[in-house]
Design a protein around this ligand. Sequence first.
Ligand code: M1P
Length: 250
Amino acid sequence: MSFSGKEDPKTLVLFDVDGTLTPARLTISPEIKQLLQDLRKKVVIGFVGGSDLQKQVEQLGSTVLEDFDYAFSENGLTAYKLGEKLASQSFINWIGEEKYNELAKFILGYLSQIDLPKRRGTFIEFRNGMINVSPIGRNASTEERIEFEKFDKEHKIRETFVNALKEKFPDVGLTYSIGGQISFDVFPTGWDKTYALQHVESEGFEKIHFFGDKSYKGGNDYEIYEDPRTIGHAVNSPEDTARILKELFF
Ligand code: M1P
């Protein structure tokens, strides 16, 4: 599979999704979609999202696997090149059933002990490359998400929860990442967004750009933004992404 039809096939441009290509939790605008199509004629493009592929299909469109050269979901634990699935690992194989059971029991026990104004459903979402833990539950509506985020800012629910997990499981080698509004991701240390880079290592790219809005320390774009293999661009909205793309490539 080659990229030789492009103007500059040795340059790869990777994007975070939420807050970088789309407004948080919302869908991509026709303008950004068109800009990406134009960019794709020049260079190789891909996205690296924390969420699972289903969420990215909702946000970037049902043709997402055709619209990007690389599609990296769950930090690259689910990966596609030109629509074809690449090999991947799984969280459960890495951690093992016994340890995962212990972790899940602790999480559900902890959640049963804390006071929250609202609880909905799906407190642990089991994904291929990680688990996602949400105190309010992933079935929360958009309005309930906003309420929870506000409550969490004030009461530090997620931060305290993550500290309790770190204390309870100091030696498991897990990383906890608060990337969105109502939840945090739990994955093996090193399986952050830099994981996606191993899928492109043998392709001989001379430049790999990365655009992300959570590029600050503690944000889920930080590691790949800082990685010496990438040229990092910290952005604050899809419009900001578009502005930098136009400066760099058009
Ligand atoms: O992409 C950032 C995060 O988006 C979602 O977070 P939340 O539901 O809390 O807003 C999740 O899909 C999470 O895994 C992801 O990191």
